[in-house]
Design a protein around this ligand. Structure first.
Ligand code: APR
Ligand code: PHB
Length: 391
């Protein structure tokens, strides 16, 4: 087997990269550990920056997103029992975000890939081995259908998430990792009930953080901050709704519609960056290279901007025979990555209750939130980052 770019991982990064390359006539094969259904079953965030929306349009999969995605002009910040709105268009020169689940993004990209007849090998399990990426003719070995295969290629794109094989294949001494693990998790539920409010509500309360989000006008996604030791089995739906209700303002509490959960899980929060993101002919993108805590929903958007930079660099390589884009990939991407890391860390730090920090921490957060919603400069900084910094 031979292709130009071997893509490891068929999550949003790998799928979007595949479509961007295909649009420019660059051949690619995706190797995915799991089945397509498994990949579609993972529930992740669902707020798209304009940059991500534009990329979906660029690869011709914007139709359903345009029809079903919800354009949001702002978010609400709830603290000291009252909600305050941050208006994006007036603060950012007209920018908005689109609420459209990562599952839907993935589904649309998978369908486009299939329609274009591009090859995806699912269920390769843990068999993938990356070889020769420090030289000029890399290859990928994997097992599928009970047989060993070798895929020769010009480049390998490591789009296989935080636990993937790509970053793990780099010699320890060639990579630096920066990490912060937060002392709490998010207990999230998905339910077919109308959202409590038209816009997202991020709540700072003395019981901890809560987030009211949505997937559609009839499907809600809610989260509450919980201690790390907490087990999802110990949380009945009723217990969840009660805890969420206790973190809302009186009006939202009154309006909250509850119902059986379709999905319920606890996710840890982590900030992580691996540097650099290029090793010879291996390029990392998305969660394979960096993780943000979910506050602010930057994960999927960063993955999208990474693969945009990578596809531009590969197009330049094949079209103009110039290595400049590839040479600058890591540095260029990391500048944007670190800014999103900073924003996600800041927003997480501002909104959550940190164990062991006394009442003064709560008071300081409330003072910052009061400043944030009342200062045009501070609101602008928040809005600019939330809608996404320019590429
Ligand atoms: N071989 C092949 N595929 C692998 C391997 C492997 N050894 N290890 C992991 N994978 C696959 C996973 O099964 C998954 O489908 O790589 C894919 C990586 O997808 P994501 O983890 O979704 O990462 P990414 O595509 O970079 O998307 C980043 O999506 O996952 C969210 O929170 C994340 O929103 C962020 C965005
Ligand atoms: C979500 O809808 O899952 C979501 C929205 C906004 C966030 C995080 C998660 O900041």
């Amino acid at each position: 087997m031979r292709t130009q770019v071997a893509i490891i991982g068929g999550g949003p990064s790998g799928l979007l990269l595949g479509q961007l390359l295909h649009k420019h006539g660059i051949a690619n094969v995706i190797l995915e550990r799991q089945s397509a259904d498994y990949v579609l079953g993972r529930i992740r965030a669902g707020v798209l920056e304009q940059v991500t929306v534009d990329l979906m349009e660029e690869v011709g999969v914007g139709g359903r997103m345009r029809a079903e995605g919800l354009v949001h002009d702002g978010v609400e910040l709830l603290f000291k029992g009252a909600r305050h709105r941050i208006d994006f268009p007036s603060l950012t020169g007209g920018k908005t975000v689109t609420v459209y689940g990562q599952t839907e993004v993935t589904r649309d990209l998978m369908a486009a890939r299939e329609a274009a007849g591009l090859q995806t090998v699912y269920e390769v399990g843990d068999s993938v081995r990356l070889e020769g990426f420090d030289g000029t003719s890399p290859s990928v070995r994997f097992r599928h259908g009970g047989q060993e295969h070798e895929l020769q290629c010009d480049f390998i794109a490591g789009c296989d998430g935080y636990h993937g094989v790509s970053r793990a294949s780099v010699p320890k001494g060639a990579i630096r990792e920066f990490e912060k693990v937060y002392p709490f998790g998010w207990l999230g539920i998905l339910a077919d009930v109308p959202p409590v409010s038209e816009e997202l509500i991020y709540a700072n309360t003395d019981r901890g953080f809560a987030l009211c989000s949505m997937r559609s006008p009839t499907r809600s996604r809610y989260y509450v901050q919980v201690p790390l030791e907490e087990k999802v089995e110990d949380w009945s739906d009723d217990a969840f709704w009660n805890e969420l209700r206790g973190r809302l303002d009186p009006e939202a509490r009154e309006r909250l519609v509850t119902g059986p959960s379709i999905e319920k899980s606890i996710a840890p929060l982590r900030s992580f960056v691996a540097e650099p993101m290029r090793f010879g002919r291996l390029f990392l993108a998305g969660d394979a290279a960096h993780i943000v805590p979910p506050t602010g929903a930057k994960g999927l958007n960063l993955a999208a901007s990474d693969v945009k930079y990578l596809s531009d660099a590969l197009v330049e390589h094949y079209g103009e025979r110039s290595a400049a884009g590839l040479d600058h990939y890591s540095e260029r991407v990391l500048r944007r990555v670190w800014k999103a890391e900073r924003f996600s860390w800041w927003f997480t730090s501002l909104m959550h209750k940190f164990p062991g920090e006394g009442e003064i921490a709560q008071k300081l957060q409330e003072a910052e939130l009061d400043y944030l919603v009342n200062s045009k400069a501070a609101s602008t900084a928040m809005a600019e980052n939330y809608v996404g910094l320019p590429l």
